[in-house]
Every structure is written in structure tokens, then in C-alpha cells.
Design a protein around this ligand. Structure first.
Ligand SMILES: Nc1ncnc2c1ncn2[C@@H]1O[C@H](COP(=O)(O)OP(=O)(O)OP(=O)(O)O)[C@@H](O)[C@H]1O
Ligand SMILES: [Mg+2]
Length: 383
């Protein structure tokens, strides 16, 4: 006997049927996008807000809605969410898009050629495309090639038949990334509507968790005071994502103990085992692929070395080795420098300067983080 009714409803990528406290924003997005179901128009919208405010899940819910509506009206429509944090170059972005639309990754083609293939396909199939460019801010702030932001909205210049077929959602934590774009690219983004998601208040988190618990657990397994307790803890550590992780872990412990309900002690135990940085829980799947590879290299070096710190150069050469293993081109030292500063700022690693050297370390045992990271790198590369 398990406490769960539907365990997978607690996993990060699950898209629940309802989104309590985001009904207004969903309705607004539907209003922006409804015209694409009946007219030849492309819509461009920013969806932005702090971490964990439901940007990804909201857009994916919109994606389901649009695909359903299109089907009812005999319109061919595809929704694709691409996480740009994981795509180091336009080549990777286009390759993912091509894989999702055509079913082949377009190996050996240039991004422009891949886009032409995609355009051919959607014109031939008389199809509309809604592309959510998720974590576009990470992509731009890490100074990756902004060409995709130029290519996608101007697709009709490549092929007139593509006009009105591709709509875009730009998902980001804030709109700061726009200041990094050149005039021409900004121009193409020009008339873009914006939906801002505010941070959830604690009562809202409780409502959302009650709903998620109802879906995932059997009735009365998680009493209201445990939901409140979980909301309270998660509020300062990473929000709903953290809360769902606590609930999933606590339910698993309850099952292993043969307990018929989730207890405060189960929650506490999971809470204590989750690696945290200065900004709350840390999730390697939030990092770009190269930051993940770098972090892995740092951990490998610290493990082998046994001392609290390693030098930047040691980390860099191991990072190069990791890239080779992963079939990725290593980035320049200057970029890695910036990544190290980012990783330090978000609490993944410690950094200190010693004479001319930069020393890197980690302050907590990293078994769990290491395992998660290995899994995440696999998943990231498969996406
Ligand atoms: N209103 C809601 N109802 C139900 N679940 C929600 C709601 N808002 C967020 N969630 C859940 O909370 C978690 C975080 O949401 P999501 O990943 O969409 O946030 P985000 O804004 O994209 O965060 P990030 O900036 O880190 O990418 C997900 O598991 C999501 O399913
Ligand atoms: Mg997201």
C-alpha cells in the first residue's frame, strides 16, 4: 500500500490540469494567442517573473490549450518549449526545434539550413508553430549568439509562405537581458506584449500545494497542517518546486516505513538532506550545460585532490576533459571565469583569491549533488 495516488504528479516537469492563482495570467495569454487559431498572424509575448513563479508550467499549459483548440478546429498547430539554458549555440537550438518538428536533428546542417527545413515542413503541412524560448535571459546573459532571436521573428523574410505561422514566447526571470541586444535584434522584438508573474504569497503557496497534494496523494494522507508546514519551510528555500520535492521525498519515506500518512518528521528529514546555497536550494538542472560540465569538473578535482581547494587551472583542464567526453567544444577561459563567478554567487561553490591564483572549493558533502548532476547532464544532453 502506498500513500501516493499519482506519484509522477510531483515531478518537476509535470503539467497539472489547473494552475491555482494563475488563472488570470492564463486567460490573458489565451487572449493574446487565440487569434492564431483563426487568422494568419504571429504573436510575440514576454512571460517574465522571478524563479518558481510558474512561468514554464503556465506556458506549457497554454501550449496544451492551443493544441487542443487547434485540433477541434482542424488546424495543425504545434507548441514547442526549448530551454535555451541548455543550448550553447544557435546550432543546438535549431537542432532541437528540427528534431521536435521533423523528427531528425539535422546533423551537419547550419542553423539557417535547419530553419529552412523547418519552414518547408510547416508550409507543406500547413502548420502553425508556437515556440517558447525558455530561459532566454540565461542564454543572452551568458553572452551566447543572439542570432536565433533575429532569425525566428524574421522567418517570413526567408520564405514568404512562412508569414503568420510562427509565434514566439520569450520566457525570462526579468527583462534585463533586452539591454544586451543590439538595435537590429531589439527592433525585431519590438512589438512584444508582456505578462508579468509576481511572486506567490504564502497563502497562495498553501492553496497550490493543497491542489498538488490532492492530485498526487490518496485522500487524508497529507493533513492540512503538514501542507502548511511544508509551505512555510519551502517559502524561504526555493518555493513550490522545493515543496514538491519535500512532499515527494516525505511520501517515499512514509511508504518505506509502512506509515499510512506523511508526518512532520518525514518532511524534516528530506529538508535536511537537500543541498543548499546562499539563495536556497540549488538545482543543477537550472544551470546551462557548460556550467554543469564545469561544476562536475570542479567536484571531480576536489574529490581526487582531497584538499579543500583546487586552482582555477586545475578546474579548467578537467573541464576541458569533461567537454571532450561529452563531445562538446570547451569554452574560453574568460567565459569559464564568468561562470565560476556565477556559480559562486548562487552558492554552488566557494571562491577565494590567493596571490595570483583563484581557488575553488565546496562547503558541503557533494554525493547527492554529484549524483543529481550526472543525471542532469545526461538529461540535458538528451533534450
Ligand atoms: N499556480 C500553480 N499551480 C500548480 N503548480 C504550480 C503553480 N505555479 C508553479 N507551480 C509548480 O511549481 C514549480 C515551479 O514552477 P515553474 O518551473 O513553472 O517556475 P518558473 O517560473 O519557470 O521558474 P524558473 O525561473 O526557475 O524556471 C513547478 O513544479 C510547477 O509545476
Ligand atoms: Mg522555468
Amino acid at each position: 500500500m502506498s500513500v501516493f495516488r499519482k506519484r509522477e504528479a510531483l515531478l518537476h516537469h509535470y503539467v497539472p490540469e489547473n494552475l491555482p492563482h494563475r488563472e488570470g495570467e492564463l486567460a490573458e495569454l489565451k487572449r493574446w494567442f487565440n487569434p492564431i487559431l483563426s487568422e494568419n498572424v504571429n504573436v510575440k509575448v514576454h512571460v517574465y517573473g522571478p524563479m518558481g513563479t510558474g512561468k514554464t508550467v503556465l506556458c506549457n499549459r497554454l501550449g496544451y490549450y492551443l493544441t487542443d483548440e487547434a485540433e477541434k478546429r482542424n488546424v495543425k498547430l504545434r507548441y514547442v518549449n526549448i530551454n535555451l539554458a541548455y543550448t550553447p549555440r544557435p546550432y543546438h537550438t535549431m537542432s532541437i526545434l528540427m528534431e521536435r518538428i521533423i523528427g531528425s536533428p539535422g546533423l551537419g546542417l547550419s542553423p539557417e539550413e535547419m530553419l529552412m527545413n523547418i519552414v518547408e515542413e510547416i508550409c507543406r503541412e500547413d502548420m502553425k508553430l508556437v515556440i517558447a524560448l525558455d530561459e532566454v535571459d540565461t542564454y543572452i546573459m551568458e553572452r551566447r549568439d543572439p542570432k536565433i532571436l533575429y532569425m525566428l521573428p524574421r522567418i517570413h523574410e526567408l520564405d514568404q509562405r512562412a508569414a503568420g505561422r510562427i509565434s514566439l514566447i520569450y520566457i525570462s526571470r526579468s527583462l534585463n537581458w533586452l539591454s544586451r541586444l543590439d538595435e537590429a535584434t531589439l527592433d525585431t522584438l519590438g512589438r512584444t506584449a508582456a505578462v508579468k508573474l509576481e511572486r506567490y504569497r504564502i497563502e497562495e503557496v498553501e492553496d497550490i500545494l493543497s491542489y498538488r497534494v490532492e492530485e498526487a496523494f490518496k485522500p487524508s494522507v497529507v493533513p492540512p497542517e503538514i501542507i502548511e508546514f511544508t509551505a512555510q519551510i519551502s517559502f524561504s528555500w526555493g518555493g513550490i518546486r522545493y515543496a514538491l520535492e519535500l512532499l515527494l521525498g516525505a511520501g517515499t519515506i512514509a511508504d518505506s516505513e509502512g506509515s499510512s500518512n506523511v508526518k512532520a518528521e518525514h518532511i524534516r528529514r528530506v529538508h535536511a538532506g537537500i543541498p543548499k546555497g546562499i539563495n536556497g536550494a540549488i538545482y543543477p538542472d537550472e544551470l546551462s550545460l557548460h556550467k554543469q560540465l564545469l561544476l562536475k569538473a570542479i567536484m571531480e578535482a576536489l574529490k581526487t585532490d582531497g584538499s579543500p581547494y583546487i586552482t582555477f587551472d586545475e578546474a579548467y583542464s578537467l573541464y576541458e576533459a569533461e567537454c571532450e567526453l561529452a563531445g562538446e567544444e570547451a569554452e574560453e577561459k574568460a567565459a569559464i571565469h564568468r561562470y565560476i563567478e556565477d556559480l559562486n554567487r548562487s552558492g554552488y561553490i566557494l571562491m577565494k583569491k590567493h596571490k595570483e591564483n583563484i581557488l575553488l572549493g565546496m562547503e558541503y558533502p557533494f554525493n547527492r549533488l554529484y549524483e543529481t548532476l550526472i543525471r542532469t547532464i545526461e538529461e540535458t544532453r538528451r533534450r
